[in-house]
Design a protein around this ligand. Structure first.
Ligand SMILES: Cc1cc2nc3c(=O)[nH]c(=O)nc-3n(C[C@H](O)[C@H](O)[C@H](O)COP(=O)(O)OP(=O)(O)OC[C@H]3O[C@@H](n4cnc5c(N)ncnc54)[C@H](O)[C@@H]3O)c2cc1C
Length: 395
C-alpha cells in the first residue's frame, strides 16, 4: 500500500505535520505511525501534573478520538517502524507490514539514556512516556528516599515534583551546578537555591559510579568507593538520544539526529521534525546544524514542514528556541539561549524577589531572554530577540 504522506512518530511534531497539511487543504492520504499504542499525548505534563497527580492521564492527550478521526489519517498506533528504504520509498513496520510513501516525515523524537549497569532493578526509572510517568508516580507514592541522577531540566523537575509528594530527595550531578546547559552558572545558582530552600539535597560535582541492588530492587546509588546514598527509588535523568536506530541501515545521514538541510529536508521526499531533527547543517547553525529539544519547536517545525511538503518556497527554518520549566511553583522561561561565557543582566524585577527578566548577551548581541516568574514581561522582551535575528546556539 502506498500513502501520499507517511509520518513516523505521532507525538507533538508528527501530529502537527498531519494537522498542518489538512489545514492547508491537503486531501491526499496520510498515515501516522507510532510505536506506542496510546492516542497522541503531550510530554511536558509527564514530569509535572501527571506525575504529581493533579491531572488524570487523559488531560495529557493532544487530541480526542473524534478530533483524530476528523483528520482522516490511517493511524497505525502500537507499531514501530523498523527500517527505511529511501530509494524504494518504503517503511517496514515491526508487524511485517510495508508502507509505501510519496513523502516521508521522520518525527521519532528521543529515547532516554540509561546508566551502564543496574537499570533492570525494580525502583529504577527513566521518564519519557506516559507509562513511565504512571509507574514512577506509583513508586513515589510509597517511597521515602529518592535519588535523581542528573540535574538537567528533566532531573530538576522530577526532583521538585517528588519533593512535593513528600519524598526525601537527593539530586546527584557531575557538573558544578544544576541546569547549566540551559541557564549557565549565574541562573543555575538560582535553581540550586530554589531546590535547597525546598529541602532537596543537591550533590554537584558528584559522579554516580553504580547502582546498588538487593533481591532485585534498588537500595542505593554509589558515588565513590565506600559512598552509597540510600534510595527506594532512583530516577535516571542523564539525557536522551535521538530515536534513530530504525534508520541505521537507511541512506539517511545520522549525526546525533537526522541531518537535514536548512529547510528540514533529509533526502529526496524525506523530512524530519522535532527533537530528532538536526537542521541547517552548514548554514546558520554551523557545520553540524542544530537540534532542539523543546515542545514549541516540535509545533513550529511541524507547521514549517507541512508547508514545504505542499510546495511552499521561501526562507530557511530559523526559530528562536523556547523552553519553559516549572519547579516549586516557579516558571522559568528561556527564549534564545545562554551560551558559554554569555553575560546575563537582570533588566526588570529582581533576583531577591524571585521575579525578573534577564537579557543574555554574547559578542555584543542579545542572544537570549530569560523570565523568572514573569510570563507577561518576558513576552514583551522576546520581541527584541526576534528582531536581533538570533541564531540558535545550544552548547
Ligand atoms: C517528561 C518530559 C517533560 C518535558 N517538559 C518540557 C517542558 O516543560 N518544556 C519544553 O519546552 N519541553 C519539554 N519536554 C520536551 C518536549 O516534550 C519535546 O520537545 C517534544 O515532545 C518533542 O516532540 P517530538 O514529536 O519531536 O518527539 P516525541 O514527543 O519524543 O515523540 C516521538 C514519537 O515517536 C515515536 N517513535 C519513536 N521511535 C519510533 C519508531 N521506530 N516507530 C514508530 N514510532 C516511533 C514515539 O513513540 C513517540 O510517540 C519534555 C519532555 C519530557 C519527556
Amino acid at each position: 500500500m502506498t500513502t501520499d504522506v507517511a509520518i513516523v512518530g505521532a507525538s507533538a511534531g508528527g501530529l502537527t505535520v498531519a494537522e498542518g497539511l489538512r489545514r492547508r487543504g491537503f486531501t491526499g492520504s496520510l498515515a501516522l505511525v507510532d510505536a506506542e499504542p496510546e492516542l497522541p499525548y503531550d510530554r511536558p505534563p509527564l514530569s509535572k501534573h501527571i506525575l504529581d497527580g493533579r491531572w488524570p492521564a487523559e488531560r495529557a492527550r493532544l487530541r480526542t478520538p473524534a478530533e483524530l478521526d476528523a483528520l482522516d489519517v490511517d493511524a497505525r498506533l502500537g507499531t514501530a517502524a523498523v527500517a527505511l528504504d529511501v530509494p524504494g520509498h518504503r517503511v517496514t513496520l515491526r508487524d511485517g507490514q510495508v508502507l509505501g510513501y510519496r513523502t516521508l516525515v521522520v518525527a521519532t523524537g528521543l529515547q532516554a539514556k540509561r546508566l551502564p549497569g543496574g537499570s533492570d532493578l525494580a525502583g529504577v526509572h527513566t521518564l519519557r512516556t506516559l507509562g513511565d510517568s504512571e509507574r514512577l508516580r506509583a513508586d513515589l507514592l510509597t517511597a521515602r528516599q529518592v535519588v535523581v541522577v542528573g540535574a538537567g531540566v528533566l532531573g530538576c523537575e522530577i526532583a521538585a515534583t517528588a519533593r512535593g509528594l513528600g519524598c526525601e530527595v537527593t539530586v546527584v550531578e557531575p557538573a558544578a551546578g544544576p541546569m547549566l546547559r540551559l541557564l549557565g552558572p549565574q541562573l543555575g545558582a538560582e535553581i540550586a537555591r530554589l531546590h535547597v530552600e525546598h529541602g532537596v539535597r543537591l550533590l554537584t560535582s558528584t559522579v554516580v559510579t553504580g547502582l546498588v541492588g538487593d533481591a532485585g530492587r534498588v537500595v542505593g546509588v554509589r558515588t565513590g568507593p565506600g559512598t552509597v546514598l540510600s534510595a527506594d527509588v532512583v530516577v535516571v535523568a542523564v539525557g536522551q538520544r535521538p530515536a534513530t536506530d530504525w534508520l541505521a541501515d537507511s541512506a539517511l545521514a545520522l549525526d546525533d539526529g537526522v541531518v537535514c538541510d536548512a529547510r528540514c529536508r533529509a533526502a529526496t521526499d524525506v523530512y524530519a521534525v522535532g527533537d530528532v531533527a538536526r537542521f541547517g547543517s552548514g548554514g546558520a547553525g554551523g557545520a553540524r546544524g542544530v537540534r532542539l529539544e523543546n515542545r514549541t519547536n516540535a509545533t513550529e517545525q511541524g507547521l514549517f514542514v507541512a508547508a514545504r511538503i505542499l510546495g511552499a518556497v521561501g526562507d530557511a527554518y530559523r526559530p528562536v528556541p523556547y523552553v519553559w520549566s516549572d519547579q516549586f511553583g516557579t516558571r522559568i522561561q528561556v527564549h534564545g539561549s545562554v551560551p558559554v561565557g554569555a553575560v546575563v543582566r537582570v533588566v526588570e524585577g529582581s533576583v531577591p524577589d524571585r521575579a525578573f527578566v534577564a537579557h543574555v548577551e554574547a559578542e555584543g548581541r542579545l542572544v537570549g531572554v530569560v523570565g523568572w516568574n514573569s510570563p507577561g514581561r518576558v513576552r514583551t522582551a522576546r520581541a527584541l530577540l526576534t528582531a536581533s535575528e538570533t541564531v540558535p546556539s545550544p552548547r
